[in-house]
Design a protein around this ligand. Structure first.
Ligand SMILES: Cc1ncc(COP(=O)(O)O)c(C=O)c1O
Length: 389
């Protein structure tokens, strides 16, 4: 096979590329014109990007009221704010649940709190990509305060039953933070109908925006103490942080290019329809997995993902080497290693990591065919009797 002349980008689970032309234009416009925003400028013309982005995100995720959507830097920032905010009252001894499926953006804030002696942490196992609701229920104790869980695994592409798990947690008075970094923009989400207390998202993945913007939806803001304080452009005579949303969490000058890009990305998704995006992704992902499984020395770790993520290894080659060959010989951009989710890998591949393909709305069928053929060719040439470790 000949190397593709332009790169085939299959690292969309890390960050999506390309962005829709509307997103690039929105960034340009946001910097070409002065910014309008009540309370922060006397200008009366131009776009109020934060309101545009808030309404677009609230609409896409059925988050109500829109003011309960607050903007941050990314999902990691959102998760830090939410985790620390929900646990602000815990001196010692609050019990927190999480899972082996988590990204380090959940694990590290929680392990740090555990190291400081502020929480007791239980990490729940998964089975066939899913954390079973009964496993969650069995782990709840009278002092369980919070559960933090990914909605979609960035390694296995599995989507968790947050509806059933949320019901169980709420029956026991446990708060529920969901990490939506991999699901927003990829599958339909109705936050109005889900029994969750907070949902964190990031702008640069499935929402097709740019890095540096993310946010969260919070059902009951009073439950969460802010961890940052500063100017909001409102109630400036008060020396205390406003209690109201979204100012409670939105402090300092906003990321206008990021917000403009996010609004444009979300509007682009809405114009296609998340259902159509999910359908195309499902078809292409099933194609990939079917093709890779034709080689007996390829291990696919997720045979039925709900998200467009494929994790695999080729026996006889390190995943880094497969990534290197894909890039150098075929012009395919993938991701290799632990994908910032070390506990998943301990469970599925002994901690060695995997090659990951992540697809986006812009991935073409031709690119899928080319990449699947490339991996099969690499596998056919691998000496599977050799242990590369
Ligand atoms: C499941 C999951 N959670 C959180 C994050 C963190 O997102 P961000 O880097 O935008 O903060 C990622 C990014 O890879 C992710 O896949």
């Amino acid at each position: 096979m000949i190397k593709n002349p332009s790169p085939i980008y299959l690292n969309n689970a890390a960050t999506t590329w390309p962005k829709p032309p509307e997103v690039l234009e929105a960034v340009r416009q946001s910097l070409a014109l002065p910014v309008f925003g009540s309370g922060r400028t006397t200008g009366s013309q131009g776009e109020d990007y934060i309101t545009l982005a808030r309404e677009a995100v609230a609409n896409l995720l059925s988050a109500s009221p829109p003011e309960h959507v607050a903007f941050t830097l990314n999902a990691t920032d959102s998760l830090n704010i939410l985790i620390q905010g929900f646990l602000a009252g815990c001196g010692t001894g609050c019990h927190v649940l999480t899972t082996e499926l988590e990204h380090n953006s959940v694990l590290r804030p929680l392990y740090e709190l555990e190291r400081q002696g502020r929480i007791r942490l239980t990490v729940l196992p998964f089975d066939d990509g899913a954390v079973r609701p009964e496993v969650v229920e069995a782990a709840i104790t009278p002092d369980t305060r919070l559960m933090v869980m990914t909605h979609g695994s960035n390694v296995l592409g599995s989507v968790q039953d947050v509806s059933r798990i949320g019901d169980i947690l709420h029956e026991h008075g446990v708060y529920f933070i969901v990490d939506g970094a991999q699901t927003a923009g990829h599958i339909p989400i109705d936050l109005g109908a889900l029994p969750i207390d907070a949902y964190a998202f990031t702008g640069h993945k499935g929402l097709l925006g740019i890095p540096g913007i993310g946010g969260f939806y919070l059902r009951d803001p009073e439950r969460v103490a802010p961890i940052r304080y500063g100017g909001t452009g409102t109630d400036s005579s008060s020396l205390f942080q406003p209690r109201e949303m979204p100012e409670r969490f939105e402090t300092g000058t906003h990321n206008h290019p990021g917000l403009a890009a996010l609004a444009a990305g979300v509007n682009y998704i809405a114009s296609i329809g998340v259902e159509a995006i999910a359908e195309k992704a499902e078809r292409q992902t099933a194609f990939f997995i079917g093709e890779l499984k034709r080689e007996s020395n390829i291990t696919v770790y997720n045979e039925h993902p709900a998200l467009p993520i494929i994790s695999f290894n080729v026996r006889g080659l390190k995943n880094d080497d497969v990534g290197f060959i894909l890039a150098r010989a075929y012009g395919i951009v993938a991701r290799t290693g632990l994908h910032c989710a070390p506990l998943v890998h301990q469970a599925i591949d002994g901690g060695a990591g995997s090659v990951r393909f992540g697809l986006s709305w812009f991935t073409t069928d031709e690119e899928c065919r080319f990449a699947a053929k490339a991996v099969r060719e690499i596998a056919q040439n691998a000496d599977s009797s050799v242990d590369p470790a």
